[in-house]
Design a binder for this molecule. Structure first.
Ligand SMILES: CC(C)(COP(=O)(O)OP(=O)(O)OC[C@H]1O[C@@H](n2cnc3c(N)ncnc32)[C@H](O)[C@@H]1OP(=O)(O)O)[C@@H](O)C(=O)NCCC(=O)NCCS
Length: 174
């Protein structure tokens, strides 16, 4: 049974190695998630360590999927800090371990992030992902709207530049 739940900053700090393993697995399998191939365990843990102050301050939420007590998926919700955007948040680090994909976990994590956004009073979510990637398919399947493509936006982990698609979703508050 896989559970989805929020990790606070203290728990995230205690589980940096597991979070790092999920991020490294995604990069090793070619996902365009801000890092290049060869991401070390130390650098991956460093990324998550860098999120701890924001988690502690409530500027971000980290949701994880746990199977057998191990973290097998992540998603982050980052609340827009701007005074004119108290209704907006960004979704990031939507990752499911390669051994656990196509079983509905991505959909469940994304749904949990949307529920957490609603509970926090955020009604407009935004994100971007490599065009044509698994993420691109997931967001379309979950009712997100693609509103633009930028050619050559980011390097794929193995080098070449790839197009990015930008998405948004307006959450009903019901
Ligand atoms: C994107 C990702 C999180 C999807 O996780 P997942 O658990 O496999 O997704 P789900 O099983 O919930 O898929 C839900 C739906 O999304 C779509 N989908 C997901 N992965 C897909 C793929 N590789 N190809 C086509 N459609 C896909 C399908 O419609 C799927 O429904 P179906 O399985 O009934 O056909 C996962 O592939 C991943 O971690 N990829 C690497 C990291 C990444 O690219 N993250 C997004 C960057 S922002």
């Amino acid at each position: 049974m896989t559970m989805i739940r929020r990790l606070d900053a203290a728990e995230a700090e205690a589980r940096l190695a597991e979070l790092a393993a999920v991020l490294r697995d995604a990069v090793e399998h070619g996902a365009s998630v801000n890092f290049m191939a060869g991401l070390t365990a130390e650098d991956a843990a460093g990324f998550w360590r860098g999120q701890l102050p924001g988690l502690a301050a409530g500027e971000k939420h980290l949701l994880v999927a746990e199977a057998g007590g191990r973290i097998v998926g992540t998603v982050m919700l980052m609340f827009a800090p701007q005074p004119n955007a108290p209704h907006r948040a960004e979704v990031g680090k939507m990752l499911v371990h390669s051994s656990q994909r196509r079983q509905g976990l991505g959909r469940r994590l994304l749904g949990a992030a949307e529920t957490a956004a609603r509970a926090a009073g955020r009604s407009l979510l935004m994100l971007d992902t490599e065009s044509g990637s698994a993420g691109d398919h997931l967001y379309r399947a979950c009712g997100w709207t693609a509103f633009g493509q930028v050619p050559g936006h980011s390097h794929k982990p193995d080098g070449p530049l790839a197009e990015t698609t930008f998405f948004y979703k307006v959450l009903d508050q019901g």
